[in-house]
Design a protein around this ligand. Structure first.
Ligand SMILES: Nc1ncnc2c1ncn2[C@@H]1O[C@H](COP(=O)(O)OP(=O)(O)OP(=O)(O)O)[C@@H](O)[C@H]1O
Ligand SMILES: [Mg+2]
Length: 175
């Protein structure tokens, strides 16, 4: 069953697809079998990137597929080591659905107050709605979510504690 990393924001153009591709490429380079679920079907940014890479025979191989719903995308978990969800902007419902199964939620943002504020509010909303619980990673500032589906109640997820930082995991984390 794949580890899931969700890349989300309510604002458009903040770097979701860029981060999703960067993460996917680095994990693939480290030997993971990776798929990006491109959930922004109207733009298909990551899918177009995939086509260009195929045409140029670029390595490492990263699978990319467009999905209309998060539920459909999650079915791909069975076949990969890592599923990176590239979310669409302005989609509250889908954002919540992406973060729920994610071990790591990445919320890219610009540095201006106008850019930061909506992302911080989104992070608070995700916690408030109970779609996720976790901690800000003290090293990389990513939000490490609890993986409730794989951990018995009351236990701490080993994966949760190691999702974003390389030297805390028995496996070779690429980022
Ligand atoms: N760290 C960065 N520095 C400079 N430019 C960046 C950075 N991250 C992304 N960009 C640029 O910003 C633009 C938008 O990036 P991207 O498509 O990844 O955003 P997005 O959040 O996926 O957008 P959308 O909401 O439309 O899906 C692109 O031109 C990309 O090259
Ligand atoms: Mg995008």
């Amino acid at each position: 069953m794949a580890l899931v990393i969700g890349v989300v924001s309510q604002k458009g153009g903040v770097g979701k697809s860029t981060c999703a591709r960067l993460i996917a490429r680095e994990y693939a380079h480290a030997g993971w079998d990776v798929k990006i679920a491109d959930l922004d079907v109207s733009q298909g940014t990551s899918f177009d990137w995939h086509v260009r890479r195929l045409q140029q025979q670029m390595q490492p191989s990263v699978a990319v597929e467009r999905f209309g719903t998060v539920e459909q995308a999650l079915k791909a978990r069975a076949h990969y080591d890592l599923l990176v969800m590239d979310g669409a902007p302005h989609s509250t419902t889908a954002t919540l659905k992406i973060v729920e199964p994610s071990t790591l939620a990445v919320l890219p943002t610009g540095l201006s107050l106008e850019d930061l504020k909506p992302q911080v509010l989104l992070a608070h909303e995700l916690v408030k709605k109970g779609s996720t619980s976790g901690n800000w990673c003290s090293r990389c500032a990513a939000w490490e979510t609890a993986t409730r589906s794989t951990n018995p109640p009351g236990t701490t997820s080993r994966r949760r504690a190691t999702a974003c930082c390389p030297d805390r995991s028995p496996r070779s984390w690429p980022i």
